[in-house]
Design a protein around this ligand. Sequence first.
Ligand code: AMP
Length: 394
Amino acid sequence: MSDLEKQDLKNKKVIVRVDLNVPLDDTDNVTDTTRIVACKETVNLILEKGGTCILISHLGRPKGKENKFSLKKIVDTVSSVFNQPVFFYEDCIGQGAQEAISKLDQGSIILMENLRFYQEETLGDRVFAKNLSELGDIYVNDAFGTCHREHASTVVITEYFENKKFAGKLLQKELEAINQISNNGKKPVLAILGGAKVSSKLSILYNLIKNVDKIIIGGGMAYTFIKAKGGQIGNSLVEDELITNAQEILMLAKKLDKKIILPVDIKASKDFDNNNQISTFNSKEIDDGWMGLDIGEKSIEIFHQEILTSNTIFWNGPMGVFEKELFSEGTSSICNSLKEAKEKGVNVIVGGGDSIAALKKLGKEEWVGYISTGGGALLESLEGKTLPGVKALM
Ligand code: AMP
């Protein structure tokens, strides 16, 4: 992939595909600016090199031109994050859009209207992609979160920018983080997977077991594995149809001399909403009627030791039902152990929706190593796939 840093961008109009799909509250305030902040480095680089930034993005899933999803709503926030005025144009293609861009001074930023106001965007329509390409001279993709989609603005548009298509700084960072987990990370490499279901992470498990040295499995996912090893899991969450897969993964780990670490004790409840009914069990001997909802003290200590004896760590998914305070200790402890590891120089990468939600809820967001901005895109990359948006830049 060619390097954006080395390009001459002076007086160039640079189309930057960004992911400004930010959350808005009922009164249209942006409630989380992470995605805007994330593309700032690329925008600054382009401006420093004398270019003009034409930002293209989607917001939500509009059905046609729905004002509710207009990117105009976020222009002020984008301006304040970028610390300079950001212009807005009410369309993302066409003569009017091109004229608005041609009037800009060098060093300006303009945000174009929601790409998904045209269904052609998600359909990967060639004519639409060509129209988009006519907005500028150079194409930069910095929207890691949408690189797993074969859309007009992420894939098809690149056909019109032979030798003039680049990865933005955020996309480069995300790809490097994935590379650290899957190929190049300093060993031992540890993956910590949690969350509700094995099914959503099965392909990742098959891929990661080949690439990392050890995998901790916690959260609801763990019980399918514990059952696959012959444990009694009471009424805990289980995917019986995946027991064979779990056994296969455990065997594969043995064959490849990789370690799979499961909780040895768990905190369980009889009734999800009844706080009085809590007990700790050996994870292989959970009584009928009891549901494992968090990892226990011994598991916390074992996981802590594994974390502190690793050099590269990827974390995805909570260790328990962290939304409820009573079952948040496991996830919270993992966060603390990761903090300690990071302070010792360990490369910590966190990704996937609920781990970030957990960090935020537990107030531990500040310290983390690298937080990926991609949900689906990150998970697909960790399944070993090259994302269409990334392939298109090669
Ligand atoms: P995921 O989206 O797959 O990462 O799953 C996140 C969800 O898994 C969170 O809402 C957690 O409450 C839930 N979860 C974690 N541990 C358990 C468990 N032991 N039993 C049921 N749900 C769990």
